[in-house]
Design a protein around this ligand. Structure first.
Ligand code: ASN
Length: 370
């Protein structure tokens, strides 16, 4: 009897909803469903308007209140998962998002780290993998869920994938607050029914709803009727949180192409103000070995100039073993660094970070990137 009397008030006490800060940064998800043509009509392609069904202010900036109302009226279920607050740091097609925006987002997340339980970032799909890699590395050790999503079609279109992606993302971001209380402590991309480590994911398809994949790392969760967590693959943060807000962006990717002589194609990189190269070799780390083919002499000169070269592979998965080949071994002997495979997106940003903070080792993971 006593037990049942006690049980009643306990059942009536509902736990407060997790606090989630949603950062809307632009991309297709918030664009106008009404299609428009470029004013000059140069390319004749159909483009989507950068707005969201009437919430665009005359100044061209989205208003958080209106945008949040749009979001909550289109996806009212979100209220059941979290107390959402919305900020719009910028509203850009993600082709215009780069290092200044990554740092801006990192600073916002850092400032709000203690005030929210989880973070949701709405982002254009085209460069989402770059932003995810940047945030994971800039905010290594952040320890709270930062889930990024976007969509292939605007939220307001009938067949849009936005609604499901948003619900899936908030489900994952707030996973700790519902059984089995999964502790997500990393930057992840939630898209097309899968949650992937942000710095392992890549946009692999331009039009299907499964636009992202994580070729080298299993998905963190698969969202179907149930959410199936891949617990053993979640990042376990051990180190201290140490945010960093600088990147040296003087980095390029150089794919090795048979028949291309880098001395003519790329020449003197120092004179071109390059400080870091992600060299995309063949297979396990192979490259044209004959001096007349140009690659080894060019590499020698480049490394001598103090340019950091990170050897990666044109293969999307599998290990690197440059020492197995004469040319790969020669490159290593010159001072080229070869680490375990990173996605090209993660590799260039890790290099940007290591150039800005020379104490960070390129080949040692700081956020599960390799
Ligand atoms: N161009 C868009 C963007 O990346 C593509 C999208 O979001 N689906 O901003």
């Amino acid at each position: 009897m006593l037990l049942s009397l006690l049980a009643v008030p306990l059942l009536m006490v509902s736990r407060p909803l997790p606090r989630v800060l949603c950062l809307h940064t632009g991309g297709t998800l918030g664009m106008d469903a009404e299609q428009s043509y470029e004013p000059d009509g140069v390319d004749g392609h159909v483009h989507l308007k950068p707005g969201t069904g009437g919430s665009f202010s005359p100044a061209g900036a989205l208003r958080p209140g209106a945008m949040l109302n749009n979001l909550l009226s289109a996806v009212p279920e979100l209220r059941a998962y979290a107390n959402l607050r919305l900020e719009i740091p910028f509203n850009l097609d993600s082709c215009r998002v780069g290092p200044p925006e990554w740092v801006k987002l990192a600073k916002i997340l850092h400032r709000n780290r203690d005030h929210y339980d989880a973070f949701l970032i709405v982002h254009g799909t085209d460069t989402m993998a770059y932003t995810a890699s940047a945030l994971s590395l800039l905010l290594a050790g952040f320890k709270k869920p930062i889930v990024m999503t976007g969509s292939q079609l605007p939220l307001s279109m009938p067949r849009s994938d936005a609604r499901q992606n948003l619900i899936d993302s908030v489900t994952c971001a707030t996973s700790f607050f519902a059984p089995p209380h999964t502790q997500l402590q990393e930057v992840a991309i939630c898209f097309g029914g899968r949650l992937m480590r942000g710095n392992r994911a890549q946009k692999v398809h331009s039009s299907t709803y499964r636009a992202f994949d994580s070729i080298n790392y299993p998905p963190l969760a698969t969202l179907g009727v149930d959410v199936d967590w891949n617990m053993s693959y979640l990042l376990k943060v051990k180190g201290v949180y140490r945010p960093r807000f600088n990147l040296d962006t003087r980095v390029i990717r150089v794919p090795i192409i048979p028949g291309c002589d880098p001395r003519t194609a790329y020449g003197d990189l120092k004179a071109r103000n390059v400080r870091g190269v992600v060299l995309e070799s063949f297979g396990v780390g192979n490259m044209p070995d004959l001096p007349r083919l140009g690659w080894l002499p060019w590499l020698k000169k480049t490394v001598k100039q103090g340019i950091k070269v990170y050897l990666s592979s044109q293969c999307a998965s599998g290990p690197l073993h440059p020492e197995l080949y004469k040319s790969g071994k020669a490159a290593m002997d010159m001072g080229v660094e070869a680490g375990p495979q990173m996605t090209p997106e993660a590799a260039v940003i890790k290099l940007m970070l290591c150039l800005a903070y020379p104490d960070i080792p390129l080949g040692v993971p700081i956020a599960g990137e390799l």
